[in-house]
Ligand binder design. Structure first.
Ligand SMILES: [Fe+2]
Length: 292
């Protein structure tokens, strides 16, 4: 007997119990709510959703390499979606160190406030209106997953709403330790994709679902703009004294990483800011960029 395992009698007894009971092979085709995966009361017409997919693919196509996303919302007037817009920031632990890394850039979900005009008058527009009336807005996309494929095991900055449109019992959604099938019957599912998750299609037909990001931010449970409105930053007496003495004040961690990322992106990409930017070279050849 292996000296590391002097007695495995308990394993033998448990094995007998395991083998005596057959696994449940029926309910796995159903939805089972659990931590971070819930079904809403709200429902939509599944036939109309399928018709909308058919009509939308008549005028446009999925975008993104290995991702297959059809954006239904956009920043007002912006006609093309960047690769980053299609995926957005996500976090994963890709290697055997188990270290978490960030990929792609933060997307400001609330900026995607315009329904893409090409899909006006489809049932998707009705869905967009109904969801926007109830929940914080975010990107709305049709996502297709090819047979026998899965997403990375990752987490997102925001939760998602999902409306399965074409699916099969082998299409599963997993958040942390909970795994379930989401039937395509017009139901709307909340998935807390702030937890680690993946979606896989183990069936032999494409799975199509409508995905709606919720414009949520970590620090307070509200979107950042709402947080600033409802939780104003106030200087302490010591900070006021320091400002009066020095003429400046440094406040560390005033913005979280996501907010800083949005500010950086705005500074880099907003043409109105670029027009008024100056770059002052320093002695080492680097530049300091200022916007006035
Ligand atoms: Fe995700």
């Amino acid at each position: 007997m292996d000296s590391r395992n002097p007695s495995t009698a308990a394993d033998t007894a448990r094995m007998q119990a395991w083998l005596a009971a057959m696994p449940d092979n029926t309910s796995v085709a159903d939805f089972v709510p659990g931590p971070s995966i819930e079904r809403l009361d709200l429902t939509f017409d599944i036939a109309a959703l399928r018709d909308s997919v058919h009509r939308a693919l008549g005028v446009s196509d999925y975008q993104g390499e290995g991702f297959h996303a059809l954006p239904l919302t956009r920043r007002p007037g912006e006609t093309t979606a960047s690769a980053n817009d299609l995926s957005g920031r996500f976090y994963l632990r890709p290697g055997d160190t188990y270290e978490e890394v960030a990929r792609e850039e933060i997307v400001d979900e609330s900026a995607f406030s315009e329904f893409v005009p090409e899909f006006a008058d489809t049932y998707f527009e009705h869905v967009h209106r109904e969801l926007t009336a109830r929940f914080p807005i975010g990107r709305m996309r049709v996502l297709m997953k090819e047979p026998f494929t899965c997403n990375s095991w990752h987490r997102d900055p925001e939760p998602r709403l999902h409306i399965p449109i074409h699916t099969n019992p082998g299409s599963l959604f997993i958040v942390n330790h909970h795994c379930t099938h989401l039937p395509a019957d017009g139901s709307v599912y909340f998935t807390d994709t702030r937890g680690y998750h993946t979606a896989l299609n183990g069936g032999d037909a494409p799975r199509v679902r409508l995905s709606r990001s919720l414009a949520w931010r970590r620090a307070s449970g509200r979107h950042a703009s709402q947080r600033r409105m409802t939780m104003p930053f106030r200087l302490s007496d010591d900070q006021i004294v320091a400002y009066n003495a020095d003429g400046f004040l440094i406040v560390r961690k005033l913005f979280d990483d996501e907010e800083t990322g949005l500010l950086r992106r705005t500074m880099e990409e907003d043409p109105a800011i670029a027009e008024h930017s100056l770059i002052r070279p320093d002695q080492e050849g680097f530049g300091t960029k200022s916007a006035l």
